[in-house]
Write a protein that binds this ligand. Structure first.
Ligand code: FAD
Length: 392
């Protein structure tokens, strides 16, 4: 691939920055941080109305003709301003999956409605007894006339409080090996049998336990074949690990920390950045951030050529999230005691942005599959090493 094509054109980035300057008040990020809900309805509406969200989606399902590079630059800019767009993130992953494995009717129903802003979708895979071993899901879906009745519980159903649907992994056949009896459904969250309970995490993000009691769905809500859910999950998890991302997931901590260190003086009057140990650590961060960006480009290039790059998506997720954890730990060292001050506390560096990042990055190595699971996938799929765990 030609990496030159992938770098953000500075004029496009300036346009995106000016767009965000005009449209995005700082209160939105503050509200996401305060509530832990990674969704801002006003922003979502704006991105739809301006065609930014629909860039690079097929026109027949509501995609727009906005330049995808501009759309990516806007998402980078939102990210830089602390807006997480998590509900759209999970919706995009599911819609990309539906484009691959769904029926024509589902593409017209869910994808088109999502691009109009009428549908938002949360991921309902993890259960109290099955996370990494997601194929052990026990939530039951039983045929009932021309539909299905669902009973069970999920854990960590993030941003569902803002969503219209859950993309729900269920067990439809308990009498076969666990990977062979799974089926996915689009479950509406306004069903009277649906309930949720918030869970607040270390990183400030709100996620949820969700409960399904005699929830009834039509067969048209089934995504993929009956008992064919494992093949659907293969597609969905690749998209979750970065392949569905429209932003370049640009990591900007090195630049922000360098700016802080250049502006901040120690008691002896020297700039923090003049300390060679500080400069070296920031340089190492910048190198890692560039590597993460290049893996993202390579991933996107493969997706755009029609591949489903399972190992590359795991490499991107593993490298970017573990590097970010190291970087925020380094940042806390460099900032010293003041680095512990949160947003709003007098004297907190960058108004608590580094402190928040330090907590928020802890969970990124867990959701979407833990680092250990990513290493197993890379070992098996990329290096051809023998499988490290027994087949279920
Ligand atoms: C903030 C947050 C948001 C989330 N959002 C969602 C969501 O929206 N939807 C959803 O469905 N899920 C979500 N999750 C759940 C997430 O995907 C799971 O937490 C993750 O898959 C790990 O599962 P677990 O928590 O059950 O841990 P476990 O599977 O119990 O793992 C515990 C530890 O054992 C290790 N381990 C387990 N099996 C192996 C193995 N075979 N080899 C080596 N090591 C192993 C793991 O790496 C981990 O370190 C979210 C989680 C968090 C923290």
């Amino acid at each position: 691939m030609d990496f030159r094509d992938q770098h953000v054109d500075p004029t496009v980035r300036d346009r995106a920055r000016a767009w965000a300057e005009r449209h995005v008040p700082p209160e939105w990020a503050a509200r996401e941080r305060a509530t832990g809900t990674h969704h801002t309805p006003e922003l979502h509406r704006l991105l739809i109305d301006e065609g930014i969200l629909g860039a690079a989606w097929p026109a027949e399902y509501g995609g727009s003709d906005v330049d995808p590079a501009f759309s990516r630059a806007v998402f980078d800019e939102l990210n830089r301003r602390g807006l997480a767009t998590g509900a759209w993130g999970s919706t995009g992953m599911v819609c990309r999956t539906i484009l691959e494995v769904g029926t024509e009717q589902q593409k017209r129903t869910y994808v088109a409605a999502a691009l109009r802003g009428e549908v938002l979708i949360a991921l309902g895979y993890t259960e109290p007894e099955s996370g990494s071993d997601v194929a052990s899901a026990r939530t039951r879906a039983v045929p009932d006339g021309d539909g299905w009745v669902i009973n069970g519980q999920k854990m960590f159903t993030s941003t569902v409080e803002a969503c219209t649907h859950v993309f729900l992994l269920t067990r439809t056949n308990p009498d076969v090996p666990k990977h062979k009896g799974l089926t996915l459904f689009m479950v509406p969250t306004d069903d009277p049998g649906f309930d949720l309970r918030p869970i607040h995490t270390l990183g400030g993000q709100r996620t949820n336990a969700t409960f399904y009691t005699d929830v009834r769905v039509d067969d048209a809500a089934r995504v993929g074949a009956v008992d064919g859910g494992w093949a659907v999950m293969h597609v969905a998890l690749v998209y979750e690990r970065g392949a569905a991302s429209r932003s370049s997931k640009e990591l900007t901590l090195a630049r922000e920390l360098a700016a802080w260190a250049a502006d901040t003086r120690r008691p002896d009057g020297s700039r923090v950045l003049d300390d060679p140990h500080v400069a070296e650590r920031i340089a190492r961060m910048a190198i890692d951030e560039e590597v993460a960006r290049l893996i993202t480009f390579s991933l996107r290039d493969k997706v755009e050529r029609g591949e489903l790059p399972r190992a590359t998506s795991s490499m991107r997720k593993l490298f970017a999230t573990t590097a970010a954890q190291r970087h925020y730990a380094d940042a806390m060292d460099i900032l010293g005691a003041e680095g512990l001050l949160s947003t709003g506390a007098p004297g907190s560096p960058a108004d608590g942005r580094f402190e928040h990042g330090y907590r928020a990055e802890v969970v990124t190595t867990i959701h979407g599959g833990s680092s250990e699971m990513q290493r197993e996938i890379i070992a098996e799929q990329h290096l051809g090493l023998p499988r490290g765990r027994p087949r279920g």
